[in-house]
Design a protein around this ligand. Sequence first.
Ligand code: C2E
Ligand code: CA
Ligand code: CA
Length: 651
Amino acid sequence: MNEYENNRILVIDDNVDIHSDFRKILTRPGTSATSLDALEAQMLGETTAVASEQTFELAHAHQGEEGFMMLKKAKERKEPFFAAFVDMRMPPGWDGLKTIQEIRKVDVDATIVICTAFSDHSWEHIAEQVKALDKLLILKKPFDPVEVQSMARSLRERWALLKQAQLRTDELEKLVTVRTSELEIERAKDKLRMDELEVVVAERTGELRKLAMCDKLTGLPNRVQFYDRLLAAISKQQKEPSHQYAVMFIDFDRFKVINDSLGHECGDQLLRSISERLTLALSPSDVVARGTSPLALAARLGGDEFCILMEGFNDEAAVLATADRVLHILARPYDLAGRVVNSTSSIGITFSRFGYRNAEDVLRDADTAMYSAKANGRGRAVVFDHTMHERAMRRLVLENDLRHAIDRGELAAWYQPIVSLDTRQPIGAEALLRWQHQQHGMIAPVDFIPLAEETGLIVPIGIWIFEQAARQLKAFPQLQYLSVNVSRRQLAEKEFIKPLEEIIARVGVDPKRLVCEITETALTTDPEIARRAIGEIRQLGMRVFLDDFGTGLSSLGSLRRFELDGIKLDRSFLDEHTFSRRTAAVVHSAITLAGDLEMTLVAEGVESLEQVALLQSLACKTAQGYLFSRPIPASDFDVAVIAETPIRRAA
Ligand code: C2E
Ligand code: CA
Ligand code: CA
């Protein structure tokens, strides 16, 4: 039973008849109306509930004190009465008022109904003496049974409602207490969170500070930090001339090729490997802490530019030894997503003895020395000297000269025949740039094409040689085609095809007789640009040959991915020093694949009859090389002579 379901009534009266009247009224079955309810409830199986509706549990006391004791005990048993009917006059013991006052000391929940025949106590008088007035009622004797019954029922209901309300309040209170303690816990947690947050913020700030000084990809100090440290070294050296420092500029020789052909993810991985190895090369012998500051600091300045700052050495030989160790460690093979790549590095070094005042000059000279290391065959370290600076200046001048080379008529297109190994006749020729410099004489493409590409001058120069070749075709009616090299920089031009289209129209040449040679690296650097450009070239009716095949790390499979008309097998394949059965196998599969895809295959760099024999045994039909002819000016290009001389020798 719920706490709010209370059916108990206490009757306190000295008159026994009153007791039996109450019993009759409050414990007999109800009226006809409620009988119907009872019937309905019975059908629904709720008999007991309705029965108790009419029936109350009565307890009887005949004296005030007795009644009080019963009520007190019931309360203690947790079986309280919801109402007490109290007679006003009960001699010889307590009268009604005294009884009520005592009861109220132990129970304020029960409603007390004062039963009286006389107005011997005024309501005001009772009200003054008794607490819990809201639970005090007066019932006039003689009773009306219906009134008593309905009073009892409504008091029972009131009890239930009050108890429910009280319970709810209790629950609410409990809830509030729980919630409060929860809140307290939360608040404590919040405090904790604040503390945590502070730590996190502090850490994060430190991290951010570190990040601002570090290269994201490799974790090495970045340009900012490197400059900081270098400036500190410079100013220290100015104060203490005996304090020496050195800066190494490191360039990974094949980074560009690897990055372009294997993709940026592999490029990133390579950069990380390089960083790890640099760190390794500088530890432990070089990064012997003197106090806390290390003597060597490796940094990534950006792209594939790495630098090392060394300080506090007595002998420059220590720096050179470190450079050697770096070269050595960087030259070990790299495993990039399952592909093993190899490359040397070039290092340029400069020392504080050159009396630098700012960081830019130090880096510029280290960079110049690095270029010199590259020019001297790569894979080495070179120390800066002032003649290098002059050379660097000369390069600047050269760049300026190249800008005017076309206007000054210093550029020329030379041609190298492409020969059919079957008919032994030249079937085509490749146009190759030559620069006849006013002062320096003939400059080879390797010495100015990279410069032209870096500066973008290759774009107008490329258009220029394309026009030369288009015009020249008319003078070579016996040749099927002329090949022109198209640089990656040209392909990336937005309207790359437009000037070529104009030239074809203006010169009036059959575009089928023009071939564009595109390097493998150009294809892999930006496949989308390459694909689009190839489409445009072929749409004009020209053909596309893949140049330098085998140098760009791309697989044979990439041949299928582009619409190509021919492949030029790089001359490194025919190098007798490195020629092996494996090379033969690659050459053979390239030739077979070209055949399957109906592509022309041209072997480049043929210098000997042995190579011709080998190519023929591998079913290669076309070749180009010094054996047949070096590149020559158009005026010297006598097809008959070329066709006769070397082939006859070869036969
Ligand atoms: P490439 O396109 O691979 O041209 C073939 C190069 O190999 C030419 O060098 C040629 O003289 C050389 N060669 C031909 N046969 C032999 C041989 O039997 N043995 C040896 N050792 N070499 C041989 P060149 O003329 O010095 O050109 C070098 C590179 O410069 C070309 O390589 C090409 O990449 C670039 N180049 C030349 N002219 C142009 C041009 O007009 N535009 C562009 N974008 N690049 C050009
Ligand atoms: Ca070429
Ligand atoms: Ca080539």
